[in-house]
Design a binder for this molecule. Structure first.
Ligand SMILES: *Cc1c(COP(=O)(O)O)cnc(C)c1O
Ligand SMILES: [Zn+2]
Length: 414
């Protein structure tokens, strides 16, 4: 469908959907796309969605502000519908009985970011804008490059020079024009905005383009479809652990559940738990200080995907978590690294930012913020293949042995 209007999440000003806007022209706040489900022609029945044959985010087309791109067999049409697992042995070690993890590494470019990029690319196709630009620590760029490549649109990606090599390799393999910026993610972000203004490119930046949240909300629809609509879980009971950098994923998931509430398909919002790295915790700090003011930090964490000085969607993230009755926790790099082989022991291979969500659950259990008897879902946002260097730091190196049975035997007993 098309959006009815934009509404500023900060000052509440309403803007016409025709205006090609990024953030609020008045206060720079993040814009919400408003879809009016009260209109009679938009009275949907959940079964219209549950029975949709498409195994991707496009099964939720009725609830999205863009039309599904005409079907072709491309990665753009294979985003989302990621599996949820029940890691039983891990749950037992934590004294939990209803624990799910959602594996976002199964997306085409191996991270959650494909959800946002797919919707932004669909929007670009609808509006006829040619070139897409994105600033990214890696995953948003890889997702943009992947989705753009799948429909033949040119993509320009600005990444900090420190981006993990696997992510940069992905960008280049997808054929994006890649520029490594001598500076931080935040500096690449500002540069990309200057560039889209100067050259007329479509800017996909997280916390800047209002359509990213609309893509990210599809994860809430899936959690509803996989756990709530099946009666496995009551939305009032479950807590969802989400790693937070800019705060756009958690804002998107909150938006999805709010859409479901407006549709009357759930009667209460699930609790959202935002997890930040201790060295990149601008939003968690504001939450702990009970203030709306988010002060920038000098971010430093091994989890590059959530390493952010000034969160670009921080206010909306803070509001979303408060509205859900949830909370923020912070985790150290040590806890993040520890979580990688722990999740690995259940067959899940995650990058540090995804491991942070798991570490956040552990922290919340320790701090008494999480009832172990209540249902929990941990959002595992990206694949361990994205940052092999960091994963290697989390595990002991394998011993090298001579190709003989005696050497193997000696090594086994060591
Ligand atoms: C981007 C990203 C996050 C954080 O999302 P924000 O919207 O910046 O809060 C978490 N994990 C992974 C793997 C990501 O790529
Ligand atoms: Zn505003």
């Amino acid at each position: 469908m098309t959006i009815d209007y934009f509404e500023c999440s900060a000052c509440g000003t309403v803007f016409s959907a025709e205006a090609p806007l990024y953030v609020c022209p008045r206060c720079n706040g993040n814009l919400d796309c408003h879809l009016d489900f009260e209109r009679p022609e938009r009275h949907f029945d959940p079964h219209q969605i549950l029975n949709d044959p498409r195994g991707s985010i496009w099964r939720y087309e009725r609830l999205l502000p863009v039309g599904a791109p005409p079907f072709q067999a491309t990665p753009l049409h294979q985003v989302g519908c990621t599996p949820v697992y029940q890691p039983e042995r891990l749950a037992k070690t934590l004294g939990m009985s209803r624990l799910w993890v959602k594996d976002e590494s199964r997306n085409p470019s191996a991270s959650f970011k494909d959800r946002a990029s797919a919707v932004v690319i669909a929007r670009a196709l609808e509006t006829g804008i040619g070139t897409i630009v994105a600033a990214s620590t890696g995953n948003a760029g890889a997702a943009t490059a992947c989705m753009a490549a799948s429909v033949g649109l040119p993509a320009i990606i600005l990444a900090p020079r420190s981006a993990p090599p696997a992510k940069v390799a992905q960008l280049l393999a997808f054929g994006a024009q890649v520029f490594l910026v001598e500076g931080t993610y935040d500096e690449a972000f500002d540069l990309s905005i200057q560039a889209s203004d100067a050259f007329g490119w479509y800017n996909r930046n997280t916390g800047y383009n209002p359509f990213t949240v609309e893509g990210k909300k599809t994860a809430a629809f899936e959690i509803w479809e996989q756990l709530i609509s099946t009666g496995k879980v009551n939305p009032a009971e479950i807590t969802i652990y989400i790693p937070v950098g800019d705060g756009n994923i958690i804002s998107g998931i909150a938006k999805g559940f709010k859409d479901l509430l407006r549709l009357g398909w759930i009667d209460q919002l699930p609790r959202l738990a935002g997890v930040q790295a201790e060295g990149s915790a601008a939003i968690a700090r504001a939450f702990a200080a009970r203030t709306d003011q988010i002060l920038p930090v000098q971010a430093q964490t091994i989890a590059d995907s959530i390493s952010v000085d000034l969160p670009r969607d921080g206010s909306r993230a803070l509001k979303s978590v408060r509205e859900s009755g949830g909370f923020f926790v912070t985790v150290t790099d040590e806890e993040i690294l520890h979580a990688i082989p722990e999740l690995g022991s259940s067959g899940l291979f995650v990058e540090p930012a995804a491991a942070a969500a798991w570490a956040g659950l552990r922290r919340a259990l320790q701090d008494g913020l999480q009832d172990p008897a209540a249902p929990v879902l941990v959002l595992c946002t990206g694949s361990g293949l994205k940052d092999v260097r960091a994963v290697s730091a989390a595990v002991a190196p394998a011993p090298v042995i001579a190709p003989t049975i005696s050497a193997l035997e000696a090594a086994i007993h060591e």
